[in-house]
Design a protein around this ligand. Structure first.
Ligand code: NDP
Length: 290
C-alpha cells in the first residue's frame, strides 16, 4: 500500500516512521528539512512537491487544525485519483471534516477522520488510541494501516464522529487538570505538603491521569516540558464549545473550561505546554508552584 504522509510534527514524524516498517511511505512537510531528515533516517521517500502525494493509495494528514487540512485538500484536489483513501489524523472540527469529505467524494476519494490520543510518547511507541469516523468499509481499510500506530482503534460512527469524541475527551482532561490544580494549591495553602496531597489524591477518589501522571512532575518536581501545545488543547476545547452551541446544549462546565483555557493561552502565549495552565491557577491566587 503506497502511503503519503503530510505533516511531520511532534506526532506525525514518529507515526510516519512506524508506517514505513510495512509500507512504501512518501513524506511531505511544510518545512522541507524535516521531510528530508525523515527520508534519510527512516527510509521514506521525499515528495518532490505536494502534488507528488496524490499518486498514493492512502493519504494521511497530521496537521494543527482542519483549516490547514483544508488548504492541503485545495492544493491536492486537481491531482487526486478516484479510490484513494484520505485519513485525517488531525484533531479537527467535525463540521469542516464533513464538508471536506463531500469535496473529496466528488473526486471519488474516500475520507475518514482518525484523531489520536496518547501523546507524543504514544506516537513514539505506537501505542496510540485512534478513534475513527467514517463508513464501516473505510474503518476496516484505515485500521489495517493504523494498527502500526496504535493498540486501540475504535469505530466511533460516521464522518466527524472521531473528531467530535476527540475534542470532548480532551475537554474532560482539561477540566480535570484545572480542578486538580486548584485543589492541590488549596491543600498547599492549608499547610498540607504537596507530596502528601498528591499521595492521598492518588490513593483516593480524586485520582486521575492528571493527578497521577501529568501534574506531579510539574507541581512537585518543577519540570515543565513541552509535550502538547496549549494552543492545540485550547483549539480542541473551543471546537467542543462550538459543538455544544450547535446542539443547543447546556454545558456550563465546558463553557467555563473553554474560557479558562483561552485566557491561559492569551496569558502564556503560543509556546506554552497545556499543563502550564496550572501556573495560571497559581497566579490567580497571587502565588506560584515554586
Ligand atoms: P506540531 O505543531 O508539532 O506539528 C504540526 C505539523 O503541521 C508540522 O508538520 C507543521 O509543519 C505542519 N503545519 C503547520 N501549519 C501548516 C500549514 N499552514 N501548512 C502545512 N503544514 C503545516 O503539532 P502536533 O504534531 O503536536 O499535533 C498535530 C495534531 O495532533 C494537532 O491537531 C494536535 O491537536 C493533535 N494531537 C497532538 C498530540 C500531542 O501530544 N502533541 C496528542 C494528540 C493529538 P512545520 O514543520 O513546517 O511547522
Amino acid at each position: 500500500m503506497n502511503i503519503a504522509f503530510i505533516g511531520l510534527g511532534a506526532m506525525g514524524y514518529p507515526m510516519a516512521r512506524h508506517l514505513a516498517k510495512e509500507h512504501p511511505v512518501t513524506v511531505w512537510n511544510r518545512t522541507r528539512e524535516k521531510a528530508e531528515r525523515h527520508a534519510r533516517e527512516h527510509g521514506t521517500t521525499l515528495a518532490g512537491d505536494l502534488a507528488g502525494c496524490a499518486a498514493a493509495d492512502v493519504i494521511i494528514t497530521m496537521l494543527p487544525t482542519s483549516k490547514e487540512v483544508d488548504e492541503i485538500v485545495d492544493r491536492l484536489l486537481p491531482h487526486l485519483k478516484a479510490g484513494t483513501l484520505w485519513i485525517d489524523a488531525t484533531s479537527g472540527d467535525p463540521n469542516v471534516s464533513r464538508e471536506t469529505a463531500r469535496r473529496l467524494a466528488a473526486k471519488g476519494v474516500e475520507f475518514v477522520d482518525a484523531p489520536v490520543t496518547g501523546a507524543v510518547v504514544g506516537a513514539e511507541n505506537a501505542t496510540l488510541t485512534i478513534m475513527i469516523g467514517g463508513s464501516a468499509e473505510n474503518f476496516a481499510r484505515s485500521k489495517e494501516i493504523l494498527r502500526l500506530n496504535g493498540k486501540t482503534i475504535i469505530h466511533v460512527g460516521d464522518i466527524g464522529a472521531g473528531h467530535a469524541i476527540k475534542v470532548l475527551t480532551n475537554t474532560i482532561m482539561g477540566a480535570t487538570v484545572w480542578i486538580t490544580s486548584e485543589c492541590l494549591l488549596l491543600a498547599k495553602q492549608l499547610g498540607i505538603d504537596l507530596k502528601t496531597a498528591l499521595e492521598v489524591t492518588n490513593a483516593g477518589s480524586g485520582r486521575s491521569n492528571a493527578s497521577e501522571n501529568l501534574l506531579p512532575m510539574r507541581l512537585r518536581d518543577h519540570q515543565w516540558p513541552l509535550v502538547f501545545k496549549l494552543a492545540h488543547h485550547d483549539k480542541d476545547i473551543r471546537i467542543a464549545a462550538s459543538l455544544s452551541h450547535q446542539q443547543h446544549a447546556s454545558t456550563p462546565m465546558l463553557a467555563l473550561t473553554q474560557q479558562l483555557f483561552t485566557a491561559s493561552l492569551n496569558e502564556l502565549g503560543e509556546g506554552a505546554d497545556y499543563i502550564e495552565v496550572a501556573k495560571i491557577v497559581a497566579k490567580m491566587n497571587g502565588t506560584s508552584w515554586d
